[in-house]
Unconditional design. Structure first.
Ligand code: BES
Ligand code: ZN
Ligand code: ZN
Length: 508
């Protein structure tokens, strides 16, 4: 998807379709909206007629297509919901619904008129970013294994009109930045959607090496031999049951400014989570190729950091392993010695994410002494139960870091919700035979006991944990409840969020 700025008027320029927003009709004021006067003119009264017949209600995802009598292609109306709730996220969703709704309908170019979407509180810049997100992410589908696909919108032009012509330079800059971020999201989704037979830990290492080569990043891969020398018992235990051995993968982006912070980003990279010896029931296993989403997001974050030259130095760590049962698999009852020297009593081999992260978190905090460490992990089913499949759980020991992430989330529209970490949770992960246990005796607060476990391995480094088990991917059943920019499969949740955080971190 190409997104570009165009000075011409959107209704007279020659796109295959031009789109306008419709706010939800209210009973109080149901008169034909002023804002659609030009659209009505362009369709010689068809819009008005459809309005009068109540065919247009302005509900989110409602798409109405008119063929213009003047032969200038189509005019498309998209519902955005109530005027009082309009914001960049509503616009992002609307544009995504348009490009998805037009799939297979022979529309190659789409025009959006900026003056028609810049309605309080949406500014010209936030509109440009939201349109770009909506168009690029909404059109995305994972097509690598499809032999046939339907035609998609390939180009979106944002028409400034006289009103915004003066801002052209600034808006072009915002567009360039946002489309670069969104290109990386697409790149990330393409890796995250690869099935587990292909996306092995070594394949993730290859992707990291290729990225390093392209952007001049230092990449280090620790294979199973090296991991053994380093006493990374967590990764080795979890990866022990698979013929695809585990990897710890490091990427270093040097930072755009000399005296900037160092921020470490650590991802859970379970290329397939069968549960291991504590095997999952089949239904729960169906989507476990997405258990690498945190690690794949880290690849994306490093790519975006390097492309946009964000101010801080960024260290990416992928903890990659495949969790399978076999004669060489780790078992419940095993006691594992991790890189940090601390030991883990394994009570459930399905609580493997925290076990691999223990090595990555302690390695990066000890070796790089980062100012902050952020981890992303599809860590617990409890997260999905607590917050649903669109919101990530945030646990943080650092107020500034937490507030920074919440601020970034408000901009990108990736919802996160902060949860408390208390001594109650810390108590539950203490082990009788080792330092920590990977599964608690009683089930409450599974997301938070998992966080308490991770906390053991970050020491005093300011830390934020994002449990992305819910929003990391969309399945056939959850997809219809999601905004249209969330495709089926991996969403790359966290890439836009953390990139925004890194871009803004120098300002804080
Ligand atoms: N990868 C799963 C968590 C998960 C569940 C991610 C659903 C995405 C959707 C994780 O490794 C896991 O199995 N966690 C267990 C932990 C338990 C055994 C303590 C869980 O949440 O049930
Ligand atoms: Zn598991
Ligand atoms: Zn898992």
């Amino acid at each position: 998807m190409k997104v570009e700025i165009d000075r011409r008027d959107g209704l007279t320029a020659a796109a295959d379709a031009v789109v306008s927003l419709v706010f939800e009709r209210s009973e109080k004021d149901d008169t034909f909206p002023h804002a659609l006067a030009r659209e009505d003119e362009a369709t010689k009264g068809l819009v008005r007629a459809a309005w009068d017949k109540k065919e247009i209600r302005g509900k989110p995802k409602e798409l109405t297509v008119f063929h213009r009598p003047d032969g200038r292609g189509r005019l498309v109306l998209i519902g955005v919901g109530p005027r009082s709730k309009y914001d960049p996220e509503a616009l992002r969703r609307a544009i995504a619904s348009v490009v998805r709704g037009l799939r297979g309908k022979g529309v190659r170019t789409l025009a959006v008129r900026l003056p028609s979407v810049v309605v309080e509180p949406v500014t010209s810049e936030s509109a440009i970013r939201a349109i770009t997100d909506g168009a690029v992410l909404g059109v995305y589908e994972f097509v690598k294994y499809k032999t046939k696909t339907e035609g998609n919108v390939e180009e979106t032009s944002i028409h400034l009109g006289d009103e915004f012509a003066r801002e052209e330079a600034a808006l072009k800059k915002a567009l360039a930045e946002q489309s670069s971020i969104d290109d990386t999201v697409v790149w990330t989704r393409d890796i995250g959607n690869l099935p587990a037979d292909t996306a092995t830990p070594e394949r993730l290492a290859e992707e990291a090496r290729a990225l390093g080569k392209e952007f001049g990043l230092k990449v280090t891969v620790f294979d199973e031999k090296k991991l053994a020398e380093m006493h990374c018992g967590g990764l080795l235990a979890v990866g022990g049951g698979s013929t695809h051995p585990p990897r710890m993968i490091l990427l270093e982006y040097p930072g755009g400014s000399k005296r900037g912070k160092t921020i470490a980003v650590v991802g859970k990279g379970i290329t397939f989570d069968s549960g291991g010896i504590s095997i999952k029931p089949s239904a729960s296993m169906a989507h476990m190729k997405f258990d690498k989403s945190g690690a794949v997001a880290v690849l994306g974050i490093l790519r975006a950091a390097a492309t946009l030259k964000v101010p801080p130095r960024v260290i990416g760590v992928l903890c990659a392993a495949e969790n399978l049962p076999s004669g060489s698999a780790y078992r419940p009852g095993d006691i594992v010695r991790t890189y940090s020297g601390k030991t883990i009593e394994v009570l459930n081999t399905d609580a493997e994410g925290r076990v691999v992260l223990s090595d990555g978190l302690s390695y990066v905090t000890q070796q790089y002494k980062p100012d902050e460490v952020i981890d992303l992990a599809t860590l617990t089913g409890a997260e999905v139960v607590a917050l649903g499949d669109n919101t990530a759980g945030l646990v943080s020991t650092d107020e500034r870091l937490a507030q920074g992430l919440l601020a970034a989330s408000a901009v990108t529209g990736e919802p996160i919700w902060r949860m408390p970490l208390t001594d109650y949770h810390r108590e539950l992960v203490k082990s009788d035979v080792g330092d920590v246990r990977n599964s608690t005796e009683i089930p409450p607060a599974g997301m938070l006991t998992a966080a308490a476990f991770l906390e053991t391995f970050v020491g005093t480094t300011p830390w934020a944990h994002l449990d992305i088990a819910g929003p990391a991917y969309t399945s056939l059943t959850t997809y219809k409840y999601q905004p249209s920019y969330q495709n089926l499969g991996m969403t790359a949740f966290g890439v836009r969020l953390i990139t925004r955080y890194l871009l803004d971190s120098a300002r804080a």
